[in-house]
Design a protein around this ligand. Structure first.
Ligand code: SAM
Length: 219
């Protein structure tokens, strides 16, 4: 659960990102926190174990994706290597109109996500078990999504190979990275070009209520 100080932190942090959270959204974040804490005892889903840290390092970090690009109404979004649901679940809590797919190669994470989605009452989300590089070859998935998001899955050159085939022509990939990304970006440029991508921007974001700096690469 999220107690009042954590809810206030989430509310004010989201506001700093330009997002106003309503009661239902805050309730869903609270439920998700309880589930993460409960399941984490058994399944080692995340190393972050305090609600305050979850708010900053998981929820606000995930929501920062919404600030770097427009997410059209009902857009088809895929979260590649979602793990315990980041950044996908916080994005879906704020934008339940999105048609979100959570993709991961580890089945136990999908068990958690299945249970979480049921409790959260988020019905517009599909789960996909498998490897991103295989999904990119599936005719039903290839060039199907408007937006791919991904956090903490692989180096950028590999991540581009995972994400770009899944995105339609003129779609976007939003890749979340740590503060120092220049070297990785240089390394990834040939792969991005080969895959028909173009780097639109690299946004640097300081997470609200912290000094944590993150880079978001929009391709
Ligand atoms: N994105 C989440 C986050 O930021 O908390 C999870 C990050 S975790 C470090 C990396 C996740 O990517 C794991 O859940 C792993 O199973 C998944 N993963 C790694 N390589 C993958 C691949 N090729 N296809 C699908 N999932 C992959």
């Amino acid at each position: 659960m999220l107690e009042r100080p954590d809810l206030e932190l989430l509310t004010s942090g989201a506001r700093q990102l330009g997002i106003t959270l309503d009661d239902l959204q805050l309730h869903r974040f609270s439920i998700f926190t309880r589930l993460l804490l409960e399941w984490n005892r058994q399944f080692n889903l995340t190393r972050i174990t305090t609600p305050r840290e979850m708010v900053i390092k998981h929820y606000l970090d995930s929501l920062s994706c919404l600030t770097v690009a427009e997410f059209p109404l009902d857009a088809k979004v895929i979260d590649v290597g979602t793990g315990a649901g980041f950044p996908g679940i916080p994005i879906e809590i704020v934008r339940p109109d999105l048609n979100l797919t959570l993709l991961d190669s580890t089945r136990k994470r999908l068990f958690f996500l299945e249970a979480a989605l049921l409790e959260l009452g988020l019905s517009g989300v599909s789960l996909l078990h498998g490897r991103a590089e295989e999904a990119g070859h599936d005719p039903l998935r290839r060039e199907f999504h408007d937006i791919a998001v991904s956090r903490a899955v692989a180096r950028l050159n590999i991540l581009a190979e995972y994400c770009l085939p899944l995105v339609r022509y003129n779609g976007i990939a939003i890749l979340q990275k740590g503060p120092g990304v220049d070297e990785e970006l240089e390394e990834a440029k040939p792969a991005i070009e080969l895959l028909g991508g173009e780097i639109e921007k690299t946004a640097r974001i300081t997470l609200p209520e912290s000094d944590i700096v993150r880079s978001i690469i929009v391709i």
